[in-house]
Design a protein around this ligand. Structure first.
Ligand code: ATP
Ligand code: MG
Length: 401
């Protein structure tokens, strides 16, 4: 057992001491068997939420209506969820009724894929009623039970299947895959936010290209924001999606492959409900690439972009041009920059107003921008006195003309 589990064993022990069952469940058990890094350790228990709250002094009711209590224990926190079963998904996404139960097996049965439906006790014994280990050995994603029923209950599971394919480089078992292709229309009922979470995880997985292709070929993209009818473009996107891409870079590439104009990006990304800051960055990288398609990098452009966005833009640009990425020039230019940010400029608006003896106005911004540009390009050093002299000299010149 790895460190995150060992740290959590006393939590299971405390629940057992109180007379209940408790197990590690879900993704952490799967990742443990796969030898992957374990992030969150989730715990399932026969204790009711109120009973858990009596065992641990520090808790939050994060999802108490679904049976989940967040427990703080020795500097870590754990989601502890009461065993539950789910009945009647009349809207293809949420169960009409969640019942708390005392049986682990029934809890495992409501889970999406066999690899995610295993539990592990505090001694490290695996409880695997649906042959999850076997599926992992075969590198297969298989629904627990009949895929038609399971996708009918919660259509998001189809997108999750493709997301796991991307993250684990597994394939989707034939019946599960056929069912997915037949039922993807049900994704119409799923909230965009939930789709976005899975899609972004998919975009970061090692087998992202194959997974995006599957989204296109299975028909799932017809039910993803802004992708309906863009099968060819999405396939092209999958071909140019590189393994080292960060999320923002993947979004920018997608926007390019869809042929969106700069002004259309906002609308597209808002449909995905991306946060404003993220949209802003994607748009900035997009405009840098538009620039890059016409020009080489120069000091001013790298300064305006900032190192990180300039590199991201070059990475996507290289993929669009089918070239190898080379960021040496950008790094070199960035190192040569006398200032990396406006706040490093050795003069302020107040200095300039005093020197000129003028009140603020649009002229001030123009002059400050001119100073900034000249400092960046090495026309004048970033020193107050020298800038003052340079300014009065250039003013004299313009006065003569
Ligand atoms: P990750 O490592 O990305 O967190 P995960 O398998 O832990 O992957 P979560 O979304 O954190 O995925 O869900 C935790 C567990 O809850 C899953 O392993 C699965 O057992 C169950 N689960 C999550 N979503 C669903 C769903 N839509 N339908 C059925 N079971 C689900
Ligand atoms: Mg998880």
């Amino acid at each position: 057992m790895g460190e995150p589990f060992l740290q959590a064993v006393p939590v299971l022990q405390l629940i057992e001491n109180a007379g209940f069952e408790a197990y590690f469940v879900g993704g952490s058990v799967r990742d443990h068997i796969l030898g992957r890094k374990i992030s969150d350790v989730d715990i399932a228990t026969s204790a009711m939420p109120e009973e858990i709250k009596q065992i641990f002094p520090k808790t939050n009711d994060v999802g108490i209506e679904h049976g989940t209590i967040l427990v703080h224990y020795k500097g870590a926190h754990y989601e502890i969820t009461t065993f539950r079963s789910e009945q009647n998904y009349s809207d293809f996404r949420r169960p009409d009724k969640v019942s708390f139960i005392r049986s682990l097996n029934e809890d495992l049965q409501r889970r999406d894929f066999t690899m995610n439906a295993m539990a592990m006790d505090k001694e490290g014994n695996i409880i695997d009623p649906f042959a999850g280990k076997e599926a992992i050995n075969k590198k297969e994603i298989v629904t627990v039970g009949n895929p038609d029923e399971r996708f009918g209950e919660d259509a998001l599971r189809m997108l999750r299947a493709v997301r796991f394919q991307s993250q684990l480089s597994f394939s989707i078992e034939k019946h599960t895959l056929d069912s997915l292709a037949a039922h993807c229309k049900l994704l119409e009922n799923i909230a965009v936010e939930r789709k976005t979470v899975e899609f972004e995880k998919l975009l970061m997985g090692p087998a992202r290209s194959e997974a995006v292709q599957l989204l296109a070929n299975s028909g799932i993209i017809q039910y993803l924001p802004g992708l309906k009818g863009h099968c060819d473009e999405v396939i092209q996107f999958s071909g140019q999606l590189r393994e080292n891409f960060q999320l923002a870079e993947s979004w920018v590439l997608l926007v390019f492959k869809l042929g969106l104009q700069h002004k259309e990006i906002d609308g597209f990304l808002r449909e995905w409900k991306l946060p404003v800051q993220k949209i802003k960055r994607i748009k900035q990288i997009h405009s840098l690439i538009l620039h890059r398609l016409e020009n080489e990098w120069n000091l001013e452009l790298v300064y305006k972009a900032g190192l990180e966005d300039a590199i991201s833009a070059e990475i996507v640009y290289a993929s669009l041009q089918n070239m190898d990425v080379s960021i040496g020039t950008i790094r070199e230019l960035h190192e040569r920059l006398p200032i990396k940010h406006r706040k490093e400029l050795d003069v302020t608006g107040n200095d300039v107003m005093t020197w000129m003896g003028k009140h603020p106005g649009p002229w001030l911004r123009e002059i400050l921008e001119e100073i900034e540009r000249s400092v960046i390009n090495g026309v004048v050093p970033n020193e107050k006195e020298k800038i003052k002299k340079w300014l009065s000299a250039s003013n004299l010149k313009s006065g003569k003309n």
